[in-house]
Design a protein around this ligand. Structure first.
Ligand SMILES: C[S@@+](CC[C@H](N)C(=O)[O-])C[C@H]1O[C@@H](n2cnc3c(N)ncnc32)[C@H](O)[C@@H]1O
Length: 276
């Protein structure tokens, strides 16, 4: 079904206000593809009926479901590999040395989708930290409540398991369940999932040693990208590390960050000299 111009403008305005996800003209197909199934699921039947309901809805539940449906949750285990290799080697070596006194390392996976990213981080750093007598404090957040629920559950389909996870990691950390694979209680206990909108002021999260903010900024306009990076810069430790997605950068967006490489991966730091 083709969406009417007025309905598209209403939906894209609402999604922009609630999540900063940018839906310029030309994205009508995406709104149609995502909201037609929602119209069916909610019993409203058609896209025009769903938008009509949305225009007068008071509770906010349908609005939340529409915004959730417009998020793109594409992810995989150890996505792009090199960031995780850099994290597990050079970055962790430096953080273990710098944080030994505090006994813990704090990591934030922002825009964590269904959990593959934070669980990949946990698999990468937890064994080494345990061997050093240190702990991992890992927070994972997403705007989508559906994704937060999925991350907490830690249950994945056969298809999802095939995307980036080695047979060894599967054997070590998952058990077979009726409809897929269940991640171990040990890994689940390491990740604290919660919902958080990156486009609004952050709730208190404390100082982070590492921030993974990967493949999220691409959905925002230039002004929102700058605002999000400004807030991330405020909570990143002065000697901390920011990881972005392969198509993202701080360059020409937030000049406080310096781009550098660790083990073939690009990382961003507040103090370029500390990276030496
Ligand atoms: C493409 S996924 C990336 C997942 C993971 N970081 C990765 O690189 O594999 C983008 C995620 O960002 C989330 N997202 C979009 N807008 C957001 C916002 N305003 N605040 C928080 N998360 C948001 C989406 O719900 C989605 O799960």
């Amino acid at each position: 079904m083709t969406i009417a111009n007025g309905d598209f403008e209403f939906v894209s305005g609402l999604v922009q206000r609630e999540s900063a996800i940018s839906l310029p003209k030309g994205k009508e197909y995406l709104v149609e593809a995502r909201l037609t199934p929602l119209a069916r699921d909610t019993g409203l039947g058609s896209l025009p009926a769903l938008v009509a309901e949305l225009r007068q809805e008071a509770s906010g539940e349908l609005r939340r479901r529409v915004v959730d449906a417009m998020t793109t949750n594409e992810t995989s285990w150890f996505r792009d590999r090199t960031p995780f290799e850099a994290l597990g080697n050079g970055v962790l070596d430096r953080l273990v040395a710098a944080r030994r006194g505090q006994g813990r390392v704090r990591v934030w996976s922002a825009g964590c989708s269904s959990g593959q990213e934070p669980y990949s981080i946990a698999m990468t750093v937890a064994p080494r930290l345990a061997a050093e007598g240190m702990t991992l404090d890992l927070v994972a957040t997403d705007l989508s409540e559906e994704m937060v629920t999925r991350g907490k559950a830690g249950r994945y389909t056969d298809f999802e398991m095939k995307r980036g996870l080695s047979p060894q990691a599967r054997e070590a950390h998952f058990s077979r369940v009726e409809d897929g694979w269940q991640i171990s209680d040990e890994l689940r206990a390491m990740v604290s999932f919660r919902s958080l909108n990156l486009a609004a002021p952050f709730p208190p999260l404390g100082t982070m040693d590492v921030v993974f903010l990967r493949n999220v900024l691409i959905y925002f306009d230039a002004e929102t990208k700058a605002q999000v990076l400004e807030r991330v810069g405020q909570l990143l430790a002065p000697d901390g590390y920011l990881f972005l997605g392969a198509a993202e950068t701080t360059i020409n967006v937030d000049e406080r960050f310096t781009r550098t490489t660790v083990g073939g991966a690009t990382v961003y730091r507040l103090d370029g000299k500390a990276a030496a």
